[in-house]
Ligand binder design. Structure first.
Ligand code: SAM
Length: 282
């Protein structure tokens, strides 16, 4: 499948996984393009978003807005957890989330469980704006399916971050109840998890199902949002599940070096628009 089309001497990537919405990005150069056993992996240099990681033709993260998502999926749980020492990231092959977790000196181990080694290699070598060419010794790369990995690690982690691609292809299993149940068991008694829970505009069904699954397992569940320009509809959701009550005041003292997240953003991101409140309460 060739995801890049030439039109009038110009190269274009068109995301066409949606029936009635096609999003096209004009491409300067194809930096990397390989097929792994799991998916097609590309690093493209685009005019408007700089370099970007594209998996099976879908934009995953870019130099221009990848930090928004990577900061929001990490600094919320890492700031809320009282003493994060062992952190598990499922997916996250662009290394952007691991790069943010590494900013917490109290974290002793970061296990990055990515099914596709090609993604890590490509992003470390060709997408340093996101990966930071991560070389922190606390990061241990495990190249296997996250579903099996969490089953083998009971009562182990303080924070688990599910930084998955969309619920198609290899990531589909990361949106199923059984997986969240294994995540719950892999967390310590004061552990917390967060997952990217898709677009409240286009995927409210996925968000509602994810929220219901996590609520079934965790006593404290909250959804928060951020706007990621290269994700369909921009507005994106994250769902946090915690075994112990959440002390939100911790977010007011956030001081890490970031480009998007700050104490105000982290303290406000749980305030939801009316349509989301109504859907999540229904
Ligand atoms: N930040 C991006 C986003 O929100 O769409 C995605 C981050 S990262 C690119 C998503 C990663 O999840 C991909 O590298 C993909 O290979 C990995 N992945 C998908 N299914 C997986 C599974 N079952 N176990 C582990 N990693 C998986």
């Amino acid at each position: 499948m060739n995801y890049i089309k030439e039109q009038n001497g110009q190269l274009w990537l068109t995301e066409d996984e949606r029936e009635n919405l096609k999003i096209s990005y004009r491409i300067k150069e194809i930096i990397y393009s390989e097929r792994s056993p799991f998916q097609h992996v590309m690093i493209l240099d685009s005019y408007d978003f700089g370099r970007m990681l594209v998996l099976d033709g879908i934009v995953q993260t870019t130099s221009i807005d990848g930090h928004i998502y990577n900061e929001m999926i990490t600094h919320v749980p890492l700031s809320l957890h009282p003493s994060p020492k062992k952190v598990l990231i499922i997916g996250g092959g662009d290394c952007g989330a691991a790069r943010e977790v590494a900013k917490y000196e109290e974290v002793e181990e970061i296990h990055l469980v990515e099914i596709d080694e090609l993604v890590v290699q490509a992003c470390k070598e060709h997408l340093p704006e996101v990966s930071g060419n991560l070389s922190d010794p606390r990061v241990q790369y495990v190249y296997k399916d996250g579903v099996q990995f969490v089953k083998d690690h009971m009562n182990t982690y303080d924070v688990i971050i599910i930084d998955s691609s969309d619920p198609i292809g290899p990531a589909q299993v990361l949106f199923e109840y059984d997986f969240y149940e294994s995540v719950h068991k892999a967390l310590k008694e004061d552990g917390m998890m967060v997952c990217q829970s898709q677009s409240p505009i286009f995927h409210m069904d996925v968000l509602k199902q994810t929220y219901a699954n996590i609520r079934h397992l965790f006593p404290h569940v909250h959804v928060y949002t951020a706007t990621v320009p290269t994700y369909p509809g921009g507005l994106w959701s994250f769902t946090l599940g915690a075994k112990q009550p959440i002390l939100f005041e911790r977010l007011h003292t956030f001081t890490k070096q970031t480009k998007y997240a700050n104490a105000d953003i982290l303290s406000q991101c749980f305030r939801l628009p009316q349509f989301m409140k109504e859907h999540l309460q229904s």
